[in-house]
Design a protein around this ligand. Structure first.
Ligand SMILES: Cc1cc2nc3c(=O)[nH]c(=O)nc-3n(C[C@H](O)[C@H](O)[C@H](O)COP(=O)(O)O)c2cc1C
Length: 380
């Protein structure tokens, strides 16, 4: 069914303006009669941030910005869905055209600028899928894991207060909350990654999480960073994330860099964040650099340029406990989800530990190549 829908939809979606195609994809997911999610092989299951993931393949923030189709996405076979970025108040984002496909590069540039229906609209949708009485991590095992990515309004007078407000409102309906300070399309947002500002932000965010925990239950707080940080800045960010006891980091968002290898040179001049295949080398390097700095204190989610089983495994080997895809779906379609899961299972079969097969899990791969990746020449 999913394969059929996918084959039917993809030529049509590719013929459309990218933003219209995205709108249509959301509509199709809202109304398509999807079967329940396929059962995953037990060896793909992982416990991360105190949550039980049935598989490590998530869909990254930005696809379902307004929490319209999280359950449909879970039915497609994702192990978790990150909705958002959600801002406190509705805002239109930047003028169109603001989303571009780099077909020859399998890349995407976006400068959407947090177009969001706002917190009220998203909260209404999310509240109906979570029974408030069950405020324990166990509830997510049945409902499926839905993380909520939050951000500040462009015109906000107090951006830190926006994050605090959103944590307070969404903790009860979120499997986890992601503090997104790494979008390149809201002017000044990435300044929140500076040490003194970040320390204050995380202190207040974690404090808000503790304050609402008696009613909302425990809510892991993750920090999503840009792949464009210098290594010196990364030292600071990881140090602060550790001292403020965040539960994990997502590495990372889109890049403002334009690798010289890009073939679509005209579209590459568009302002915005680049994602997809051309982002992979930088994102993977920053993931490994983060992994060696975190020293196992908290887990990482790897995102950026995953478009095959091999790139998914490489992310895990560079330090990711979980992975997220977005742009790869544009070019590879929904078949990518099963392809990644199959490749991970094959890697477990091929690991030479045949006698202990039942005990094999993905854990053995996490960070196995991190040190080696950090020793490579810096990616161009
Ligand atoms: C169209 C588009 C919109 C995005 N919107 C968001 C967003 O709202 N919040 C966010 O944290 N990341 C957003 N991202 C970044 C993705 O979540 C992801 O970090 C990035 O695209 C790298 O993964 P990929 O190469 O698999 O696409 C967006 C990406 C794209 C392509």
């Amino acid at each position: 069914m999913i394969g059929f829908l996918d084959r039917l939809a993809r030529p049509l979606l590719h013929a459309l303006d990218p933003e219209d195609a995205h709108g249509l994809a959301i509509k199709m997911l809202k109304f398509a009669p999807l079967p329940p999610a396929p059962r995953d092989d037990k060896r793909l299951a992982l416990r991360v941030f105190g949550l039980n993931f049935r598989n490590p393949v998530g869909i990254a923030a930005g696809f379902d910005k307004n929490a319209e189709v999280p359950d449909a996405l879970l039915r497609l076979g994702f192990g978790f869905v990150e909705v958002g970025t959600i801002t406190p108040l509705p805002q239109p984002g930047n003028p169109r055209q603001r989303l571009f496909r780099l077909d020859a590069d399998h890349g995407v540039i976006n400068r959407l600028g947090f177009n969001s229906q706002g917190a009220d609209a998203a909260l209404k949708r999310l509240a109906v899928r979570v029974a408030p009485a069950l405020s324990s991590p166990a509830r997510w095992a049945d409902k499926g894991i839905v993380g909520i990515n939050v951000g500040a309004n462009k015109d906000s007078a107090d951006r830190v207060a926006d994050y605090v407000h959103l944590i307070e409102r969404f903790a009860a309906v979120a499997s986890y909350v992601t503090v997104n300070i790494s979008s390149p399309n809201t002017p000044g947002l990435r300044n929140l990654q500076q040490a003194a500002v970040l320390d204050d932000l995380l202190a207040r965010v974690v404090d808000a999480r503790e304050r609402v925990a008696p009613n909302a239950g425990p809510t892991p707080v993750l920090l999503k960073i840009a792949p464009d940080l210098s290594l010196g800045d990364l030292d600071d960010v990881v140090g602060i994330a550790r001292s403020r006891r965040v539960d994990g980091m997502i590495v990372g968002n889109t890049t403002v860099a334009r690798p010289p290898s890009l073939l679509e040179t005209a579209i590459a001049k568009e302002a915005g964040g680049l994602s997809g295949r051309p982002l992979f080398p930088l994102a993977n390097r920053m993931l490994a650099e983060t992994y060696v700095r975190v020293e196992g204190v908290f887990p990482l989610i790897g995102a950026g340029g995953i478009d095959s089983g091999a790139t998914a495994l490489a992310k895990i080997r560079a330090g990711a406990s979980l992975i997220q895809v977005y742009s790869g779906l544009v070019f590879r379609g929904l078949a990518l989800i099963a392809e990644i899961k199959n490749a991970l299972l094959e890697a477990l079969d091929d690991d030479g530990q045949d006698t202990f097969k039942e005990q094999d899990t993905l854990k053995e791969f996490i960070g196995a190549d991190a040190a080696a990746v950090t020793a490579e020449p810096w990616p161009k």
